[in-house]
Design a binder for this molecule. Sequence first.
Ligand SMILES: Cc1cc2nc3c(=O)[nH]c(=O)nc-3n(C[C@H](O)[C@H](O)[C@H](O)COP(=O)(O)O)c2cc1C
Length: 365
Amino acid sequence: MKSFFIGNKEVQIPIIQGGMGVGISLSGLAAAVANEGGVGVISCAGIGLLYKRTPADYLKDSIWGLKEELRKVREKTNGIVGVNIMVALTNFADMVRTSIEEKADIIFSGAGLPLDLPSYLKPDSKTLLVPIVSSARAAKLICHKWSTNFNYLPDAIVVEGPKAGGHLGFKRDQIEDENYMLEQIVPEVLEVVSQYASDKKIPIIAGGGISNGEEMLKFINLGASAVQLGSLFVPTYECDASVKFKNVYIDSSIGDLSIIQSPVGMPGRAFGGEFMKSAIKGEQKPKGCPYHCIKTCDYANSPYCIMKALFNASKGNMNKGYAFAGANAFLADKMSSVKEVIQRLKYEIELAQIKFDALLLQAVK
Ligand SMILES: Cc1cc2nc3c(=O)[nH]c(=O)nc-3n(C[C@H](O)[C@H](O)[C@H](O)COP(=O)(O)O)c2cc1C
């Protein structure tokens, strides 16, 4: 596995751990991945619920929670650690400002277009900015707006395909459509980015459904500098979710995965379980909205409160929530350490490289 640069930071292995809310990737998982030479990412979605104080104040508790997680992660690693901040969050600006003030290495931002993200940087800010997109069109728009309005280009771009877990930047009918496959979108984004990157190299990071070293190599051979992995890191000792949440991954089969319509207004992939069946029947309708956490959520017409459902699941209360998961999450069959996951990927990528080189040699002969 080759190192690569995001801005001035050299990432020793080409692996970014995808931010996973609510409470799935916090300082524990992020530090473990960063200690292996990848980029660890704290998700700040719903962090105010995890750090609820009395009297509760979701917005203030979120700022405090993020500061705490960034403090804890620094006690565990000197590696590279980012924060994932969804544009759809009502406290997006608070989370971005806090990350920059607390000197997070990188902000990853998707679930919407982070068109004004560079406006939060101060002249002495060190935080790097990495948007997450699902199309070349979105990558172009961000590069155009950022360069025109802020004289800034993304420090890297994550391209997330339709096999990812969590919210998906695709319409339902695009999810199975071959034209929207990650293999299709990565070269399109590379093409767009090549028109902008002259002095600045913008590495492309491919994510969504990648489950082994051979698939990693496929995207690296397509021109990606690294991959973003989420689901592979869930059934690990270091993942911050409850063991019950992790066991959903280990005990599941492919038929347990489904595409759900999220109150955020985007489709999502999840192990929906009994909770989702009950929500579809209209049994989980929220009685009120204590957090106002998602800009696009119309709680009066929502089948359930997504923040509560994801929070409950992260605590292992699977009857009152569900687990987001990538298309290959059902392949998990045991709990491992982050080190073991990464060692397996290294081994598989080496094997895949040998296979690839042999095929190439045969073709040349
Ligand atoms: C449990 C879970 C929670 C997630 N939460 C977020 C999130 O809060 N913000 C975000 O941008 N992406 C989120 N994602 C997407 C991941 O960051 C990652 O890009 C994606 O899962 C990659 O696909 P994979 O899981 O197949 O590796 C989540 C994914 C999972 C599985």
